[in-house]
Ligand binder design. Structure first.
Ligand code: HEM
Ligand SMILES: *[C@@H]1O[C@H](CO)[C@@H](O)[C@H](O)[C@H]1NC(C)=O
Ligand SMILES: *[C@@H]1O[C@H](CO)[C@@H](O)[C@H](O)[C@H]1NC(C)=O
Ligand SMILES: *[C@@H]1O[C@H](CO)[C@@H](O)[C@H](O)[C@H]1NC(C)=O
Ligand SMILES: *[C@@H]1O[C@H](CO)[C@@H](O)[C@H](O)[C@H]1NC(C)=O
Ligand SMILES: *[C@@H]1O[C@H](CO)[C@@H](O)[C@H](O)[C@H]1NC(C)=O
Ligand SMILES: *[C@@H]1O[C@H](CO)[C@@H](O)[C@H](O)[C@H]1NC(C)=O
Ligand SMILES: *[C@@H]1O[C@H](CO)[C@@H](O)[C@H](O)[C@H]1NC(C)=O
Ligand SMILES: *[C@@H]1O[C@H](CO)[C@@H](O)[C@H](O)[C@H]1NC(C)=O
Ligand SMILES: *[C@@H]1O[C@H](CO)[C@@H](O)[C@H](O)[C@H]1NC(C)=O
Length: 327
């Protein structure tokens, strides 16, 4: 029976090694909290739906928050950290303009800490809130969110500009920016569809409308009719106080109307308009406007985006409060 002792020993060794490796290579998965906090997703959705039901504009805030989290240091909730006496955090960087939804994330966190203390990460809450916010209007979840993210501890304003794509980027630059996050042109095109909800400050695109080359002209790739419309909405090129819907007429509805606007030269940013400068991106846009395709592909692309640079296993922590590092 020596043989079986050796086998037992080997099995123990294998299990231990796999356990160690498993912790290092822990991966995101559907339903990570099924055992540790069975109600986690239901509780999170309840809180999100309550807030979005009361103020539908919050859906766009929560969707954008996940994007900004994932593109800077990966989806590890660094976007939620407040600045401190000795650190200027991501939120203080210029592209934070009009970021919002922090109060909703905090409310979800509070509800989850009450139900399952120390179990659910802020990074997962951001991912769930983005999905639930977009899904509210449909009364079902548009996609499954992979969970198992841990939270980071570092948030630096100085990193934001280099990591986030700028609204002034052309197609080549956008492609490179997304490729750096392991996302392809299809992902870029599908995820840009997120601009079917939400608003932008006039100052972000003001030069395209009021003074494109310094001669008081407008961007020739922007529809003249649309330029005239935007001039009635914005108080000049540098107006930070006024926001306009990026998809007017259905700015609260998660739908494919954004693509129709981009195709008729009414994409608000240079980065939106850039999608019609690529035949491939254009073909993806055509695909998205076919019934049902956009929702399915958006979910797929969000799952990919939601996996960027994640911290799993013992690579990160579970913050007690999303805005603060644990002391
Ligand atoms: C392709 C590169 C992208 C660029 C250059 C870009 C840029 C911007 C800018 C400049 C704004 C307006 C900010 C302001 O007025 O202060 C905005 C708003 C928004 N973005 Fe993007 N974005 C991009 C991709 C994405 C992605 C991938 C998503 C999510 C899937 C997203 C979701 C949103 C949403 C929902 C809003 C509206 C926020 C609100 O209503 O407060 N964007 N984006
Ligand atoms: C979600 O909200 C509904 C209605 O407000 C409530 O009946 C249900 O118990 C809540 N579920 C959880 C998991 O909190
Ligand atoms: C984080 O900063 C915000 C805005 O300054 C503030 O309202 C909030 O109370 C802070 N959160 C914590 C936990 O300190
Ligand atoms: C930043 O300040 C905190 C206390 O607020 C302190 O614990 C930490 O060591 C400081 N970090 C650095 C890099 O100075
Ligand atoms: C965004 O950054 C500006 C400074 O650039 C700061 O005044 C503002 O409070 C920040 N907004 C948020 C939501 O943190
Ligand atoms: C939402 O879906 C649930 C079941 O999934 C159903 O009980 C409820 O009536 C629906 N609400 C609305 C407003 O359609
Ligand atoms: C995109 O912008 C970069 C940087 O300004 C420039 O070098 C490049 O030529 C532009 N590409 C196209 C296709 O316009
Ligand atoms: C993204 O760019 C950084 C430097 O800015 C580089 O270190 C990193 O390897 C790039 N990632 C990918 C996937 O290209
Ligand atoms: C447009 O920009 C140029 C150069 O920055 C400036 O001299 C001019 O006054 C601006 N024109 C308008 C109408 O704002
Ligand atoms: C898309 O599908 C819905 C129902 O699933 C239908 O009412 C609508 O007419 C369809 N639209 C197109 C353009 O096929």
């Amino acid at each position: 029976m020596k043989y079986s002792k050796v086998m037992n020993f080997l099995i123990v060794v294998i299990v231990v090694v796999l356990g160690i490796l498993g912790d290092c290579y822990a991966q995101l998965q559907d339903g990570y909290y099924t055992k540790s906090c069975p109600q986690a997703e239901a509780i999170s959705r309840n809180v999100t739906w309550q807030f979005v039901g009361a103020n539908p504009a919050m859906a766009a805030k929560l969707l954008r928050l996940h994007f900004h989290d994932c593109f800077v240091r990966g989806c590890e909730a660094s976007v939620l950290l407040n600045s401190t006496a000795n650190n200027t955090a991501e939120q203080a960087a210029f592209p934070n303009l009009s970021l919002g939804g922090f109060n909703i994330i905090d409310a979800i966190k509070t509800a989850l800490e009450n139900a399952c203390p120390g179990i659910v990460s802020c990074a997962d809450i951001v991912a769930l809130a983005a999905r639930d916010a977009v899904s509210y209007q449909f009364n079902y979840s548009l996609w499954e969110v992979q969970t198992g993210r841990k939270d980071g501890t570092v948030s630096l304003a100085s990193e934001v500009l280099a990591e986030l794509p700028s609204p002034a980027m052309n197609f080549t630059q956008l492609k490179a920016s997304f490729a750096n996050k392991t996302l392809g042109v299809k992902d870029l095109t599908v995820l840009s569809g997120g601009h079917t909800i939400g608003v932008a400050q006039c100052a972000i695109f003001g030069n395209r409308v009021f003074n494109f080359t310094g001669k008081g002209d407008s961007d020739p790739t922007l529809s003249p009719k649309y330029v005239a419309f935007l001039k009635t909405k914005c108080n000049g090129e540098f107006d930070l106080a006024t926001t306009v819907p990026m998809d007017p007429g259905s700015g609260l509805a998660f739908d494919t109307h954004y693509y129709l606007m981009v195709k008729r030269s009414e994409g608000l940013f240079t980065s939106d308009a850039a999608l019609i400068t690529s035949p491939y991106a254009e073909s993806v846009m055509d695909e998205m406007t076919t019934n049902g395709t956009f929702f399915y592909e958006f979910g797929n692309a969000m799952r990919k985006m939601g996996a960027i640079g994640v911290l799993t296993g013992n690579q990160g922590v579970i913050r007690k409060q999303c805005a603060l590092n644990n002391s």
